[in-house]
Design a protein. Structure first.
Lengths: 450, 189, 451
C-alpha cells in the first residue's frame, strides 16, 4: 500500500508552469553530447542504407528461405515500443488512472517517434525503396491495384492510421501547453509557439469541446492500439508456417508491445527525471506503476509462451512441435533463452517493492526487457523461416554489418527526434498536472470531496 | 498595469481576473442569477466545476462528429475494398471470394478509427473556433495560462455594464478591465 | 480536505444485516429452478446421455465463470487500487461462496460425465483414436488425455484456485466482519467467527487483510489464467480431440470475467433495494461497470475474430472442421448467428449509449441479454461435439439444457444470496470505499454547500 498519496501531489499552478517550461530551449552539455551521438548513429544508418540502395538487398544477409530478417524484427520492435504511449495516454485516461498524468506526454512523444522509426523499415526492407508508393491504393496508369486481402496491406492501413491518430492525439494534448509556452516567451519564439498553439486561450468553450473531443480520441485510440499490433501479428499468423500460424498471436503481441513500451518509458524517463529535477511531477510512484504494468504484461507473455509450447506439444503435429522444440534446443537456442530470461525472469524482482523503487534496478531491468523483446521478435521471425517443412531448406541466417548499421541508425533516428522533442515541447502535460494540484481557493470551507 | 488605465476606456468589453476558483464560481453564479449572459470563463485548466456551471452536464456536440466520422469510415473501408475487388474479379490471390468480409473487416476497422479521429479533430476545430488567432483581445490574457481565472464579456450591453462590474468586484476579482486597449506584461519573464 | 468517511452510511450498511433474508419469491423461484433442473437431468439421461452431460458441462462451466469472475472483480479492484468499483466489491466477492459447490459438481462431472469425451476409452460411442499419426509427432494425447490423469489434475487445479480465492475472500471480508461485529455484538451470525478469528479491531483487521491481499493478487491472477485455460482446453476443447486453438483458453477466461461482471450488474441493480445499495451504487458506478462490460464485449469479439481469421485464411482442414460445423451446418449456424447478436452486436451497440448504463432496469436488461448470449455461446461450443443429429433438438434444448441451467442458477442464487444477506453489502472496512482525496469539488465562495 502507498503511504501518503498526497506526497505525490505537486504544489501550485504557477510552479508547474515554471518547472516544466524551465528546461525548454536550453541545451546543455549533456544534451549536446547525446544529440551528437544520436545524430552520428543516424547518419551511419543513412550511409548503410545508401550502400544497400547502391548494391541491393544482397548485402543485407537475406538468403532463401530467410527473406524476412532484421528489418522486420526491428520493425516489429519499434511498432511495439510505440504502443506504451497510447496505452498510457488513452487507456489509462479512460480508466482514470492518476499516475498516467506525469508520464503520458513523454510516452506519447516516444510513441510518435517510435512509429516514425518503424515506418522506415518496410521501406528499407523493400530494397527498391523508391517504389514504396506502390503500397497505396490510388487509381494509376500502372494497371496495378493493391490486394486488400493481404495482411501486408492491412499493415499499411493499420500503421498509417496509428501514426496519424497518435500524432493527432499527441498534438491535441499539446495545444493548451503550447499556449503556456507562448505566454512565457518573447519575440520570434513566441510567434512560433503562438502559431502552434492555434490561438488557444483557455475559454470555457474551448475547454468544453476539448474535453469532449479528448475523451473520444482516447476511446478511438484504445481499440486502435490493440488492433495495430494484432495486425502486425497477422503478418505472421496468416501464413501456413509452423510457429507463426497461431490464434493467440494478436493479444500476445499486444501484451508484448505494452511490455516493451513501458520498459522503454522507464529507460527514457528515469534519467530525464533526474536530469531535469522533475521529482515533483515524475517520481517513484509513477515508475512503480510502470514496473507493475511490465510485471503484468510479462506474466501475460510467460503465459503465452507456455500456451504455445503446450499446444504445440498437445496438437501432436510433428511440424508444430518440431519448430518449438528446435527453438529451444537448435542453432538459435541462444536467442530463445535470452528472450526467456529477459522477458520472463528478469522482471520478476519487480514484484518486490524495494526493487521496483530502486532507480538502478528499475533502469537495468528495463534495459533487459528491451533486449528481450527484440529477441522475442528475432526468435519468431527468423527461427520459423530457418526451419520450415522441408529439411532440405533448413538454413542459418547471420545479421550482416549493413543490417547492424541500419539498426543502429534506427536508434539514432529515434534518439534524434526524442532529444529534439525534449528541448522544444513540454515533456510533461502541464494542463493535466494542474488538474492534480489543489485549486487555489479563498475559503477552505468551499472544498469538499466529490 | 494600473487601475487608472483600466478605467480610462469604457466600452462594451469587460473582464475580471480572479486568483481563486471559488471566487470565480461565485462570480459566474451571481452573473447567472442576475440574468446576465454572453460571457466566457477563462481558466488554465479544465475544472469540472466551471464546465458544470456553464454547460449543466450537456455533452459536447463533438460526439456527433465522431459518430459521423466512424460511420463514414466503416463504409469507406467496405466500399473501397469490395467495389475495387469487384472491378478486378480475376485478380484473386489466395482463393478467397472476390468480396471476402473477414479480411476486409481489418481495413474497415482501421478506416472507422481513422475517419472517426479525423472527423473528431475537425469537430474540435470547428466548435472551439480554432485556430483562434483572431479571438477578441478581451479573451486573451497570458496570466490565464498560468494560475489565474477570468470572466470576460465580449459585448456587454451598456445598461448592464455597471452591474457586471459590481458583481465582478463583489465576488473578489483581483482586477477589472474595460475596453480592449489593455496591454499585458508577460508574467515570470 | 480528505474524503469524509460517512459513518452513518457505514453503520446503516452494517445494521441492514440484522434479519435480512433472501426474499420469498426469489427463494421460491430458485427452488423451482433446482427442481426443474433435477427433473430435466433425469429425463435427459433417458433421452441422450451425451447431450445431457453436455448440458451439465455448459451449466457448470458457466456458473463457475460467474463465481470466479466475481472474485476476479475483487482481485482487479485490489490490484489496481481502483475506487469506483469498491461499493460493488463485496457483492462480487460473495459469488465466490458458490465455488465449493461448483467444485463438488465438477467432481461429479469428472466421475460420471467423462464418457462424453471421444478420447475416453469408455466413450458412449466409438472412441476417436488419439495415437500419433505423423512421423516425429510426440505421443502427447495419450498422456494428456488419460482419463485418470485428466480427472485428478482438473479436480486438483480447480481446487487449488478455489483455495486461493477463499484466502482472498477471507482477507477481504474479515475486516468488514470484525467491524460489523463491533457494532452488532451478539446479533452477528455465528459463521462470522471463522472470518473474524478472534480479532476485535475492525480498522486494523481491514488494513491487514487488504495488505495481504495485495501481495496475493499476482498469484491469484496467474493461477486464474492457468486454471481457467486448463478448464477451457481440457473440459471444452478436448471434446474435439484433434482441434486446437492457442487462443481458446485466454478467450474463455476473459469471457468468464465478462460473465461475472454482467451477473454483478444484474445483482446490484435488481437487488439494489434489498441490499440497501442505493446510496452506494450511483448511476456513475453502473456507468463505469457498463464501460467495463463494453470493453469485455469488445475483447470477446476481438479474441474470437483472432481465432476465426487465421483459420479461415489458411484453410487448413484440421482447423476448419470445428468452425465449419458450428458456423455453416444448418442445425448450428442459426445458433452461431444468435450468439453473434446477443454476445456482441446487441450489447456493444446498446452499451455505447452513455444514458443506458446509468438507468437501473435497462442496464440490467442489457446484462441479461449478454448473459443469455453467453449461455448459448457455451452451448454452441459443447453441443456440436456431443450430438451429431441433422436437426437441432429444440424441445430437448428448452427442457433439458435450459432446465439444467436453471437448476444451477437456482443453486447459485440460494448459496450466494443466503450468504450475501448476512454480510454488509459494501466493504465497510475498506479505506478505498470512499472518494479519492484529490476528487474535490469546489463550491462558489459564499455559498452554503461547503459543510
Amino acid at each position: 500500500m502507498h503511504e501518503s498519496i498526497d506526497a505525490n501531489r505537486p504544489d501550485s499552478y504557477a510552479a508547474a508552469n515554471r518547472d516544466i517550461i524551465r528546461v525548454l530551449l536550453k541545451p546543455n552539455l549533456g544534451w549536446a553530447v547525446l544529440f551528437i551521438i544520436a545524430t552520428s548513429m543516424m547518419l551511419y544508418g543513412f550511409w548503410c542504407e545508401f550502400q544497400q540502395l547502391t548494391w541491393g538487398l544482397g548485402i543485407a544477409g537475406y538468403n532463401p528461405p530467410i527473406m524476412w530478417g532484421v528489418y522486420i524484427v526491428t520493425f516489429v520492435f519499434w511498432v511495439g515500443i510505440g504502443h506504451a504511449g497510447t496505452l498510457i495516454s488513452a487507456i489509462l485516461f479512460l480508466v482514470r488512472s492518476r499516475w498516467r498524468t506525469g508520464v503520458y506526454r513523454a510516452s506519447e512523444g516516444m510513441t510518435v517517434f517510435a512509429v516514425m522509426t518503424a515506418l522506415l523499415f518496410p521501406v528499407l526492407h523493400l530494397g527498391r525503396a523508391w517504389q514504396v508508393y506502390w503500397f497505396f491504393p490510388y487509381p494509376n496508369q500502372r494497371y496495378l491495384w493493391v490486394n486488400f486481402k493481404s495482411p501486408l496491406m492491412w499493415d499499411v492501413f493499420a500503421i498509417s492510421t496509428y501514426f496519424t491518430v497518435s500524432a493527432v492525439f499527441f498534438f491535441i494534448g499539446l495545444v493548451p501547453d503550447l499556449a503556456v509556452v507562448r505566454d512565457h516567451s518573447t519575440g520570434l519564439v513566441k510567434k512560433i509557439y503562438a502559431v502552434l498553439a492555434l490561438g488557444w486561450h483557455g475559454t470555457d468553450r474551448q475547454w468544453y469541446h476539448y474535453m469532449g473531443a479528448y475523451g473520444f480520441f482516447a476511446a478511438l485510440a484504445a481499440p486502435l492500439v490493440l488492433s495495430v499490433h494484432s495486425v502486425v501479428s497477422w503478418d505472421f499468423a496468416m501464413a501456413v508456417t509452423a510457429g507463426w500460424h497461431s490464434t493467440i498471436f494478436p493479444p500476445y503481441f499486444v501484451a508484448g508491445a505494452i511490455f516493451s513500451g513501458c520498459a522503454m518509458v522507464i529507460t527514457l524517463l528515469l534519467p530525464m527525471t533526474y536530469a531535469f529535477k522533475w521529482h515533483a511531477y515524475v517520481n517513484m510512484w509513477h515508475f512503480e506503476h510502470l514496473a507493475k504494468m511490465c510485471l503484468l504484461t510479462s506474466g501475460i507473455l510467460t503465459y503465452a509462451y507456455g500456451v504455445e509450447y503446450f499446444i504445440g506439444w498437445y496438437s501432436q503435429n510433428a511440424y508444430e512441435w518440431g519448430i518449438f522444440s528446435w527453438r529451444a534446443t537448435g542453432e538459435y537456442a541462444w536467442a530463445f533463452w535470452i528472450m526467456v530470461f529477459c522477458n520472463c525472469v528478469a522482471p520478476l524482482p519487480w514484484y518486490f517493492r524495494k526493487v521496483r523503487t530502486n532507480p538502478w534496478a528499475l533502469f537495468i531491468i528495463s534495459i533487459f526487457v528491451n533486449i528481450g523483446m527484440w529477441f522475442e521478435r528475432f526468435n519468431i521471425v527468423i527461427s520459423s523461416l530457418a526451419h520450415q517443412f522441408d529439411p532440405a531448406t533448413h538454413a542459418y541466417y547471420r545479421i550482416s554489418p549493413i543490417e547492424y548499421g541500419i539498426m543502429i541508425g534506427s536508434f539514432g533516428w529515434f534518439g534524434f527526434w526524442f532529444l529534439l522533442f525534449l528541448q522544444t515541447l513540454p515533456a510533461i502535460a502541464i494542463a493535466e498536472i494542474k488538474e492534480m494540484i489543489a485549486p487555489p481557493v479563498r475559503g477552505a470551507a468551499h472544498v469538499e470531496a466529490k | 498595469m494600473s487601475a487608472a488605465h483600466a478605467e480610462v476606456a469604457s466600452g462594451t468589453r469587460i473582464k475580471g481576473i480572479y486568483a481563486h476558483l471559488d471566487c470565480l464560481l461565485a462570480g459566474v453564479e451571481k452573473l447567472k442569477e442576475a440574468g446576465i449572459s454572453g460571457f466566457q470563463v477563462l481558466s488554465p485548466l479544465p475544472r469540472h466545476e466551471i464546465l458544470e456551471v456553464m454547460y449543466e452536464g450537456r455533452p459536447s456536440p463533438v460526439r456527433w462528429w465522431t459518430l459521423v466520422g466512424g460511420v463514414t469510415g466503416i463504409n469507406t473501408g467496405l466500399l473501397l475494398t469490395s467495389l475495387t475487388a469487384s472491378q478486378w474479379p480475376m485478380i484473386n490471390p489466395g482463393g478467397k471470394p472476390v468480396v471476402a468480409l473477414p479480411p476486409y473487416a481489418v481495413i474497415m476497422f482501421e478506416c472507422t478509427i481513422l475517419f472517426g479521429a479525423l472527423f473528431t479533430l475537425a469537430g474540435l476545430i470547428v466548435h472551439c473556433g480554432l485556430p483562434g488567432f483572431g479571438l477578441d483581445k478581451s479573451l486573451q490574457d497570458p496570466r490565464v495560462s498560468d494560475d489565474k481565472f477570468g470572466i470576460a464579456f465580449l459585448r456587454a450591453s451598456a445598461k448592464d455594464l455597471e452591474r457586471i462590474a459590481a458583481i465582478l468586484s463583489d465576488t473578489g476579482a483581483i482586477e477589472i478591465t474595460r475596453g480592449d486597449d489593455t496591454i499585458y506584461e508577460v508574467p515570470n519573464a | 480536505m480528505n474524503a469524509v468517511r460517512n459513518n452513518a452510511q457505514v453503520d446503516a450498511a452494517i445494521d441492514a444485516v440484522k434479519g435480512r433474508q433472501l426474499p420469498g419469491t426469489v427463494k421460491a423461484l430458485a427452488f423451482a429452478g433446482i427442481v426443474w433442473g433435477i427433473g430435466a437431468f433425469g429425463y435427459g439421461l433417458t433421452w441422450d446421455k451425451k447431450w445431457t452431460w453436455g448440458a451439465f458441462l455448459v451449466a457448470l462451466v458457466y456458473t463457475f465463470a460467474i463465481a470466479q469472475g466475481g472474485v476476479a472483480f475483487g482481485v482487479i479492484m485490489q490490484g489496481t487500487q481502483a475506487r469506483w468499483g469498491r461499493p460493488l466489491k463485496r457483492v462480487a466477492e460473495s459469488f465466490g461462496f458458490f465455488l465449493p459447490v461448483a467444485w463438488l459438481l465438477l467432481v461429479a462431472f469428472l466421475i460420471f460425465g467423462l464418457p462424453i469425451y471421444p478420447w475416453n476409452p469408455a466413450y458412449w460411442g466409438t472412441p476417436t483414436p488419439i495415437a500419433p499419426h505423423m512421423v516425429g509427432a510426440p505421443a502427447s494425447k495419450e498422456i494428456w488425455l488419460n482419463p485418470l490423469f485428466f480427472q485428478v489434475r482438473t479436480a486438483l487445479a480447480v481446487g487449488f484456485l478455489i483455495l486461493l480465492d477463499f484466502l482472498f475472500i477471507r482477507n477481504s471480508l474479515g475486516g468488514d466482519l470484525v467491524l460489523a461485529k463491533q457494532r452488532l455484538g451478539d446479533a452477528a451470525p455465528s459463521w462470522w467467527n471463522f472470518f473474524i478469528a478472534g480479532r476485535t479491531d475492525g480498522k486494523a483487521a481491514g488494513e491487514a487483510g487488504l495488505a495481504s491481499n495485495y501481495t496475493l493478487v499476482p498469484f491469484i491472477g496467474f493461477t486464474y489464467a492457468i486454471v481457467m485455460s486448463l478448464i477451457a482446453f481440457d473440459l471444452v476443447m478436448s471434446l474435439d480431440p484433434w482441434w486446437v486453438s492457442n487462443m481458446f483458453g485466454g478467450w474463455m477466461f476473459m469471457s468468464s470475467l465478462l460473465i461475472g461482471f454482467s451477473t454483478l450488474a444484474v445483482f446490484v441493480t435488481v437487488g439494489r433495494d434489498w441490499l440497501g445499495l442505493a446510496g452506494w451504487v450511483k448511476p456513475k458506478t453502473t456507468h463505469d461497470l457498463g464501460r467495463f462490460m463494453l470493453a469485455g464485449t469488445m475483447f470477446w469479439a476481438y479474441t474470437l475474430y483472432a481465432q476465426i481469421l487465421p483459420i479461415y485464411y489458411t484453410n487448413v482442414p484440421e482447423e476448419t472442421s470445428f468452425l465449419l460445423t458450428r458456423l455453416m451446418l444448418p442445425q448450428w449456424g442459426w445458433l452461431a448467428r444468435t450468439v453473434a447478436v446477443l454476445c456482441f452486436i446487441a450489447p456493444f451497440t446498446i452499451l455505447l449509449s452513455r444514458g443506458i448504463k446509468k438507468m437501473r432496469y435497462p442496464f440490467a436488461g442489457v446484462a441479461l441479454l449478454s448473459l443469455t448470449g453467453f449461455f448459448l455461446e457455451r452451448s454452441l461450443l459443447v453441443l456440436p461435439s456431443v450430438y451429431f443429429g441433422d436437426t437441432f433438438p429444440t424441445v430437448q434444448f428448452l427442457v433439458i439444457n435450459v432446465g439444467i441451467f436453471a437448476g444451477f442458477i437456482g443453486l447459485f442464487v440460494l448459496v450466494v444470496g443466503g450468504r450475501l444477506a448476512q454480510v454488509p453489502a459494501v466493504p465497510v472496512a475498506d479505506p478505498l470505499l470512499f472518494d479519492h482525496p484529490w476528487d474535490e469539488h469546489v463550491h462558489a465562495f459564499g455559498s452554503h454547500h461547503g459543510h
